[in-house]
Design a binder for this molecule. Structure first.
Ligand code: ADE
Length: 360
């Protein structure tokens, strides 16, 4: 009997365990000093860790404490920043150091509101410094974290939209472990940097793979969605995987050469106006009405999703046998030839679903 009092594993614990074992050495890691954390976070905006490390070390040699920075000349700070780019970061750092010394007794403020009022501090850096230095449970959501979280939860929202950033921040606020908020934020950044990369993520090594809905649904390469203007449309289809058992052939067609998936092979499908569940009998009725095809023993194989740049497809997949003539535009292609044809990923998913179901 499983012990009912044992809590199920949660992804945040797996992530933190992985971080404890695998985190890269960085000079600001392992300290809660808010000055160190703040300077490093500002340098890390728009700049890679490898580049930042030398700049950070030189900066701390020159300005080991916030009072040293507040007393610095702007030209000297800019000289130290030379090569890092985005020089307003350096100018704001100096201005904020002076505010902190003048108005906050030389300590980085301890409330989000005060932190946000400092030059150069936005929600991301405020949350990073306050969580890493003062254990405040504020998620710091940057591009890496958005990517990781959208994949983990298979969120199809456009990450270029502020509403999505807010949604992710709100969701993470409810999941952030209260005993280790800073490590949690850093572990998400680390995962995004070394495993959950924008392209070719190393899912086999991912500590939260078993919790990752994008991985489960085959959506990792499609997420996160980044679209400048919100022009996304949703479509729901019935997709038919139809076999002719006498010819051992599959009913497919080649798409017209222009348009979405142009020139690639496709299954018969019917667009539906709703995503309501549909019975096998109704699915059979639909294709009979549309194409005069009579299905023998239609079977519902499951629901698949696919994300294109501007379109979201959901698809109810039905397989069946039929002996009807191929309707116009369609062909019966022998199964032995199928692997030679170019199917887009969306239909390869359909094939994998039906074939894996058949061999189980
Ligand atoms: N990127 C931004 N902040 C970071 C941090 N603390 N560790 C690693 N990468 C980061």
């Amino acid at each position: 009997m499983p012990n009912a009092s044992v809590n199920p594993p949660i992804w945040t614990e797996s992530l933190l365990n992985w971080f404890d074992q695998n985190k890269r050495e960085m000079p600001w890691r392992g300290t809660k000093n808010a000055y160190f954390r703040w300077v490093s976070e500002i340098m890390l905006q728009q700049t890679r860790v490898d580049t930042v490390i030398d700049y950070y070390n030189r900066f701390m040699e020159c300005y080991p404490g916030i009072n040293d920075l507040a007393a610095a000349q702007e030209d000297d700070v800019l000289k130290l920043w030379e090569g890092l780019g985005y020089y307003s970061r350096a100018r704001n750092l100096l201005k904020a150091a002076r505010v902190i010394v003048d108005r906050h007794g030389g300590s980085f403020p301890r409330t989000e509101k005060e932190a946000l009022s400092l030059p150069g501090i936005g929600p991301y850096s405020a949350a990073a410094v306050l969580s890493m230095s003062y254990d405040m449970p504020l998620p710091s959501v940057d591009g890496n974290v958005l990517r990781v979280y959208c994949r983990l939860k298979a969120l199809e929202e456009n990450v270029m939209s502020p509403a999505t950033v807010k949604k992710v921040r709100d969701a993470l606020s409810t999941e952030i472990p209260l005993n280790r908020p800073g490590d949690f934020n850093e572990s998400l950044m680390e995962l995004g940097a070394v495993i959950c990369a924008p392209t070719n993520p190393n899912c086999s090594q991912c500590p939260v793979k078993s919790f990752c809905l994008a991985h489960r649904e085959g959506l990792v390469d499609n997420l996160p969605v980044r679209i400048k203007k919100d022009k996304i449309t949703r479509h729901h289809y019935l997709v038919y995987y139809l076999m002719n058992s006498e010819q051992n052939a599959l009913l497919i067609r080649k798409n017209p050469s222009s348009g979405l998936l142009g020139g690639l092979w496709a299954f018969p499908m019917i667009e539906m106006s709703t995503v309501d569940p549909i019975s096998e009998e109704n699915a059979a009725e639909r294709i009979r009405e549309n194409w005069g095809i009579t299905l023998i023993e239609p079977s519902h194989k499951g629901l698949l999703k696919h994300i294109f740049t501007h379109k979201r497809w959901s698809m109810d997949i039905f397989s069946a046998v039929t002996h009807t003539q191929a309707p116009e535009g369609y062909q019966w292609i022998p199964l032995s030839k199928i692997s030679e044809l170019a199917f887009p990923e969306v239909y390869q998913k359909v094939i994998r679903l039906v074939v894996s179901d058949a061999v189980q």
